[in-house]
Design a protein around this ligand. Sequence first.
Ligand SMILES: [Zn+2]
Ligand SMILES: [Zn+2]
Length: 356
Amino acid sequence: MRAFVLRKVGEVGVIEKPVPEPGPNDAVVRTTAAMVCTTDVHTMRGAIPVAPDVTLGHEAVGVVHALGSAVEGLAKGQRVAVSGVTPCFQCDSCQRGFSSQCLGRMLGGARFTNRRDGNMAQYFLVNNAQANLAPIPEGLSDHKALYATDMLSTGFVAAEHAELALGETVAIFAQGAVGLSATIGCRLRGAGLIIAVESVPARQDLARPFGADLVVDHTRCDPVARILELTDGQGVDAAIEALGTPQTWEATFRVTKPGGRISNVGYHGEVPEPLKIPLEPFGYGMSDKQVYGGFNRGGRGWLRRIFRLMETGKVDPTPMTTHEFGFDEIERAFRMMASKEGGIIKPLIHFDADSA
Ligand SMILES: [Zn+2]
Ligand SMILES: [Zn+2]
């Protein structure tokens, strides 16, 4: 089979690999569609050390090709989605409810590419298949189901960690695919005022229909001053960091009111310095502000909940898909994702049905 791999830091390519064989609790899925994620770009740049020629990708859907002997309740040929995070759902961390940090390891649930091959390949292996594979409902397209695997999952986790009460105010820093998904999530959670911070016109245009009441362009004004002005000097009840820069991180402290929540889903691994917390907006340590950093939690139940929101028409994330490619064009899609050229937000990758 063909797999899109990281040959070494900075160099990607398509190579031949054997089709994986499932262990007793695993499944092997034949990929039908996938999406490239900014995380893959971070990995390509060496943000996370990985094995040579490891397969990239963690956002894919497909059909069950093979099942391990102990897997029940799934059938060959069934359409399935798998989260970008595949926890074991058996260890202490998972049982405590922190499946993202499976096995007590930071980000331990993120196995694709980090601990084994990812799923930007014609076939891929899924650990703990019974807990991690979610059958895709008949009326739900592969395209929509793909958004549940990471973008909506992570954006909705950000909205949940913001703990919005009905009518509260929230500021969301950056409207990439995760930030846009957080905007959708905050609207679903009943935010009264959603302020999105974004300068790219195409992303601003998506933010509004997804739920942003106001869009602040940080290239035209000081976003902190503007958000304080828009909230009568009080600040917002919650701020979401969906970019991963020191500036946006610090801004979340400056725009939240005392007792507010800061929900971080931005990946801060590309800047090696420790993040700073500005003292005055943190009440010198006594502001009653809470900070929560998290990401996609994985699992069949969580995928099903997101599917339900799409099945009933409450959420349609597909306007975020700006480009479509065949798997044979994957390198071009990846290059565009790395440079963000052509206004790319999410590229959808189609896999040829009869290739193997
Ligand atoms: Zn992703
Ligand atoms: Zn676990």
